[in-house]
Design a binder for this molecule. Structure first.
Ligand code: XMP
Length: 508
């Protein structure tokens, strides 16, 4: 196992993911973890993450010197390098202007970190401070124009550090450098796999839950389904799953999802039809954030009522993943808040249940791989993400039952044609939006005055950035023609050509 100490970088989880990509277990610990814990866990090496602070700022996270005394290799990255230098009596200073983005470094190929690499390497920098004076025993093994010590090492102690970020894809040799550290320097072996992750997660869930009862909300999506199947494998009948139909789902979604859960996955699911209640809560509401809030609150109330019917419940299982965590807030280290508008993690605090979050460290593609290991069918695992507030944030303006019905039909046609064209899997999300705008048209000999609908399809790796999808013209033509012919109430179809940023994926 390689321990990753979190000093608050938005890339901490990415470091752990890179380690897993090398088939080694990467586990994240708060930066103040006791050295004894790392020793007991058998860490073969320690990576100190980056972080947003300056090492001299009041309250900046510090490095526990006991960790350096463990006699296991340490690699500091960015802030991790600076805190290592400061702790070992080197000097760190601000260099006037922060450096964010691509840079070039000259590496010393005699260092074990850079062996066999070209001397000049493109890297990704993101820092305002730099190491000026090396700590005793260290030598500089890379330099850049703005950074005389872009990497340093003390080979006797097996302490290494880099100012740039080897974990991001903008550092092309980054994986190579991490590999040299993890295998060449730490001597880790590549024997970790998703099967092992599943086994470990199951046994962790079992020991946490004991004889307790676990409740979970399933949506038909990848994350909640993988969570439920994993928890069921761990504690069987002690799991209760609830599926809430908020009336804002895709057409036929409830029936399809419940059948799949019960028949194929053997989950015990309680299906709740609460559509009218959600629509009542949305009456007169136009503001997207108020919609999210009303939908979230109603969800919690319905969920609590269902839980109340089940008697004693001790735990709540949630499919929170790593991007959800950074889009809300790191619970582990001092990560800065990046974004809070998403309602993930908005489940009942008032219920005072202990959380079980087995996917917390994973990225979406890893969750899909885990789902495969758990025997979940590919069709479910390949489903596009669908937001919690559902069609509530895709009917622009006030949501009514009638508008939801119209949007469901438009959306179904769009997705049918995308599937038929064999392009579903290459798209991150495809959906329709109903505008509160009417347009004039002509059908037969009659004038029409109906609503306009927007088709949105994007490609993305993680939803943090996205580009509009170049859907073949023929598919768009078919979709548009089917929509105006088959859906009463819509006579105009638009295609959204906005990327994220500056747009968002959803319209609201
Ligand atoms: P945006 O619109 O912010 O969306 O580019 C990024 C991803 O998040 C989904 N999304 C949500 N998911 N509750 C959710 O559970 C929400 O309120 C919400 N808003 C957006 C969106 O579908 C996309 O995958």
């Amino acid at each position: 196992m390689i321990a990753v100490l979190d000093f608050g970088s938005q890339y901490t989880q990415l470091i752990a993911r890179r380690i897993r990509q090398l088939h080694v277990l990467g586990e994240i610990f708060p930066c103040e973890v006791a050295a004894g814990i790392l020793k007991d866990r058998g860490a073969a090496g320690v990576i100190l993450s980056g972080g947003p602070a300056s090492v001299y700022a009041p309250g900046a996270p510090s490095l526990n010197p006991d960790i350096l005394d463990l006699d296991i290799p340490v690699l500091g990255i960015c802030y991790g390098m600076q805190i290592m230098a400061k702790t070992l009596a080197g000097t760190v200073s601000a260099f006037g202007h922060a450096e964010y983005g691509p840079a070039e470094v000259d590496v010393d190929p005699s260092s074990m970190l850079f062996r066999d690499l070209e001397t000049r390497q493109p890297v990704w920098m993101s820092h305002g401070d730099r190491v000026d004076v090396l700590p005793p025993g260290f030598r500089a093994v890379a330099l850049s124009r703005s950074c005389p010590v872009a990497a340093m090492e003390d080979t006797e102690k097996r302490w290494f550090a880099v100012q740039f970020h080897p974990e991001v894809s903008h550092t092309p040799a980054g994986m190579d450098i991490l590999q040299k550290f993890i295998f060449g320097i730490c001597g880790a072996s590549a024997d970790w796999s998703m099967e092992r992750f599943a086994e470990d997660a199951e046994s962790r869930i079992r020991s946490k839950v004991g004889r307790g009862t676990v409740l979970t909300a399933v949506s038909g999506g990848v994350d909640s389904t993988v969570t439920a199947v994993l928890v069921q494998r761990a504690v069987g009948e002690q799991l209760r799953s609830v599926f809430i139909d908020n009336g804002l789902l895709r057409e036929g979604e409830r029936e399809e999802v419940l059948a799949r859960y019960r028949e194929r996955l053997g989950l015990q699911v309680i299906g709740v039809d609460a559509g009218d209640r959600f629509l009542r809560a949305l009456k007169g509401v136009r503001d997207p954030e108020v919609k999210r809030k009303r939908i979230g609150e109603t969800f919690i109330r319905v969920f609590e009522e269902e839980a109340g019917r089940l008697g004693r419940v001790d735990f709540l299982a949630q499919g929170t993943l790593y991007p959800d965590v950074i889009e809300s807030r790191s619970q582990r280290g001092p990560s800065d808040t990046i974004k809070t508008h998403h309602n993930v993690g908005g489940l009942p605090e008032s219920m005072q249940l202990e959380l079980v979050e087995p996917l917390r460290d994973l990225f979406k593609d890893e969750v899909r791989a885990l789902g495969e290991v758990l025997g979940i069918d590919r069709e479910l695992l390949a489903r596009h993400p669908f937001p919690g507030p559902g069609l509530g944030v895709r009917v622009i303006g006030e949501v009514t039952k009638e508008k939801v019905r119209v949007l469901q039909r438009v959306d179904r046609i769009f997705l049918e044609e995308i599937r038929r064209a064999g392009i579903y899997d290459g798209i991150w999300q495809a959906f329709a939006v109903l505008l509160p705008v009417r347009a004039v048209g002509v059908m037969g000999d009659e004038r029409t005055y109906e609503r306009a609908a927007v088709l949105r399809a994007v490609t993305s790796d993680d939803a943090m950035t996205a580009d509009w999808s170049r859907i073949p013209e023929g598919v768009l033509t078919r979709v548009s023609s089917r929509i105006v012919n088959e859906v009463r109430g819509v006579n105009r179809v638009l295609y959204d050509l906005t990327s994220k940023p500056p747009g968002t994926i959803e319209w609201e």
